[in-house]
Design a protein around this ligand. Structure first.
Ligand code: ZN
Length: 153
């Protein structure tokens, strides 16, 4: 069966790749994959996909022609996006957290310490990536959670 051989080759190639992560592969850790991203996620994901396809009920030539493999891959990819942090749309979430922090400051009559765009003055990283929506709505942010620069000095 040609598809089977192709999948075996793909699986072998992906598993032998230096960026393949055996731990994430064994655990089928899609969330971990989307956290890591980049080539490690790509190669490990390819291996998972090939391995899953190989362990399914035999894919007949007709099913393969009908795009069964493609459909399956699409379903897995949707899982990665929904289950991982990718569904946590960064721009929207950051904007929401900034709004929550501003709202909290206004309600409590507190000074505004956190950078208005969320980008740390010192390390130039997005602080709201490390601050939960809950924290942004209930606590005054006075420093960077990444480089620990204080914003109230
Ligand atoms: Zn910082």
């Amino acid at each position: 069966m040609k598809e089977h051989d192709a999948l075996l080759t793909i699986l072998k190639m992906a598993k032998e790749h230096p960026l393949f992560d055996p731990d994430l592969f064994e655990k089928r850790d899609y969330t971990g994959l989307s956290d890591i991203g980049g080539d490690v996620a790509d190669w490990t994901y390819i291996a998972m996909m090939a391995d899953d396809a190989l362990h399914q009920s035999p894919i007949g030539p007709k099913a393969a022609e009908a795009g069964a493999i493609g459909v399956e891959a699409g379903a897995i990819k949707a899982d990665v996006i929904d289950g991982g942090k990718m569904s946590d749309t960064p721009i929207k979430t950051v904007a929401e957290k900034i709004a929550a922090q501003n709202q909290y400051q206004i309600e409590k009559h507190l000074p505004n310490f956190a950078p208005s765009d969320g980008i740390c003055y010192r390390c130039r990283r997005q602080i709201y990536g490390r601050i939960s929506f809950e924290k942004a709505s209930t606590e005054l942010i006075t420093g960077c959670p990444l480089c620990y620069q204080s914003y109230c000095d």
